[in-house]
Ligand binder design. Structure first.
Ligand code: SF4
Length: 505
């Protein structure tokens, strides 16, 4: 009988979470490097270069790949011949103790993103607990843990349907993927669960994302069963949609499609899709009673020699002297390097501004959005000599409902975020001759290097959702929606879908 110490389990979970916060899985880095080599869309190639450069910088600096350091999901398989030494906690409590320890590591404090009372006050739990834990009792004398830190942007794009037995799974998936937009920060992978019951299909989709990327190997050896055929068919057809990195249009939208299945009721065909983003983070370890799990760091040679630099055509923009006339000259897809002062704000700050305005009250002292740009971000706290931790963009569509208010009532000039905007925001942008700029999701540490100073100006109690003022220098962004309401997230995929179609004809 194997005897496992509670503290070894907790420390292993904490170490795994630190490890995956700054090291991408190597299969993911290699797949991203292949995507970089083959990409022909300049905008998508630039985004992939940012993601790869960010990945290497994070490994060197041991700082998070993304400002969203995720909600922890753990699959724990406990051997029936395992005995716990001095355990005072159950498995879920042990995972949560590991999460608290891992996220508070003083050299690399991770962002606490979990809120309790999700339908009510949505109060940040401050230590990123609790995790979502799935425990299985299995044969054997080991404890096996597969653990991930799942970003909200990609989790939010999950899809589920109860198809009829005769319905076509491929057709349903191809209908869903364009609707997922770019908020899941492609390129990444899709996990698909088929069968079982409703909750089983979703769980299978999540579990499938714990596997390594092996699509090139699968294609080389050929499919050997129905699920492998389905994986290849979906991989090719999804990439033919032309969505591309960050939804800018390009050749690689997914680097793999994983599928797990389970027998189901004769009347049912449940199918779930869960995407994994540019900040794919997962680790696997086993405890056999010999102590804490160890994790082998990648070596510098494991990263491709890709060094992102701003394109020669990028336009330098001084935010402190920018005029409303100048922003109307920008075209979708233009690349800009922003310097000057930016205010930040995301979901909670927008809601609070709306509540203040609804009560006829003023914004807090020192907050003036008139003629300014807002950056949708919730940064990681700084460590050592940093002015701010990783600070990449959050999904802009969540702020769509506030856009008219921000532009019409408090004089905002423009916005910076990630992914596409919805129709309501595009209409407001057009009406007010505003602009939406997008930064690359999953390149948060690289983006943070452009931030020269940061100070909280309002709503400090909101933590990472407070309003900050950033002083930035040459922060890379792309024009997402211009003053005429033209969106790069519509034009780019349209263009690349057509190019792929012609090339395949
Ligand atoms: S890469 Fe994108 S979806 Fe993933 S955690 Fe970061 S911001 Fe969220």
């Amino acid at each position: 009988m194997t005897v496992i110490r509670q503290q070894d389990f907790i420390d292993s979970v904490a170490d795994a979470l630190q490890f995956i916060s700054y090291y991408h899985p190597q299969d993911f880095v290699q797949a991203m490097a292949r995507a970089y080599e083959t990409e022909q869309s300049p905008a998508a190639k630039d985004a992939i270069a940012q993601i790869l450069t960010n990945s290497r910088l994070c490994a060197e600096g041991k700082r998070p790949i993304c400002q969203d350091t995720g909600i922890v999901v753990a699959f724990v398989r406990v051997g029936m011949n395992v005995r716990w030494d001095d355990a005072t906690m159950d498995i879920v409590e042990m995972v949560n103790a590991g999460v608290r320890k891992g996220y508070a590591h003083p050299d690399n404090v991770l962002r606490a993103s979990v809120v309790s009372d999700p339908a009510g006050k949505r109060t940040n739990t401050k230590d990123n607990s609790p995790a979502v834990v799935h425990v299985e009792l299995v044969q054997g004398d080991k404890v096996e843990v597969r653990i991930a830190a799942k970003g909200g942007g990609s989790e939010n794009k999950s899809k589920f349907a109860m198809l009829n037995p005769g319905d076509d799974i491929v057709a349903w998936v191809l209908e869903q993927v364009p609707k997922m937009g770019a908020g899941w920060c492609p390129p990444g992978m899709l996990g698909i669960g088929i069968g079982g019951t409703a909750e089983k299909a979703v769980l299978l989709a999540k579990e499938s994302l714990m596997e390594d990327i092996d699509m090139p190997e699968l294609k080389a050896r050929g499919a050997q069963n129905r699920l492998e055929e389905l994986r290849i068919e979906l991989f090719d057809k999804i990439n033919a949609l032309g969505i591309g990195a960050q939804g800018l249009g390009g050749l690689t939208t997914v680097m793999d499609v994983k599928i797990l299945d389970y027998p189901t009721h004769a009347a049912s065909k449940p199918v779930a899709i869960i995407p994994n983003c540019a900040a794919t983070r997962h680790a696997h370890f086993e405890l056999d009673g010999s102590g804490v799990a160890t994790f082998t760091p990648p070596s510098p040679e494991d990263y491709p020699k890709v060094e992102w630099t701003a394109s020669a055509s990028a336009r330098k923009v001084n935010l402190d002297q920018l005029t409303r006339e100048e922003i109307t000259t920008w075209q979708p897809g233009d690349t800009l390097l922003l310097s000057g002062k930016l205010l930040t704000g995301r979901d909670a700050a927008h809601k609070r501004i709306r509540d203040l305005l609804a009560r006829g009250e003023k914004l807090p002292e020192g907050v003036d959005f008139n003629g300014r740009f807002i950056y949708y971000v919730g940064p990681v706290d700084p460590v050592r000599d940093e002015v701010v931790g990783p600070a990449g963009p959050t999904t802009a569509t969540r702020m769509d409902g506030f856009t008219e208010m921000m532009l019409a009532e408090i004089g905002l000039m423009g916005m910076v975020g990630k992914a596409e905007r919805g129709e309501v925001a595009i209409e407001a942008i057009k009406k007010h001759r505003s602009v939406y700029l997008m930064a690359v999701g999953g390149a948060a540490y690289l983006v943070a290097k452009a931030i020269r100073s940061a100070r909280v100006v309002a709503f400090a109690d909101l933590g990472m959702e407070a309003i900050y003022e950033f002083e930035v220098e040459n922060m890379p962004v792309t024009v997402g929606v211009n003053a005429e309401g033209k969106s790069v997230h519509k034009l780019g995929p349209q263009e690349w879908r057509e190019r792929i179609r012609i090339a395949a004809a």
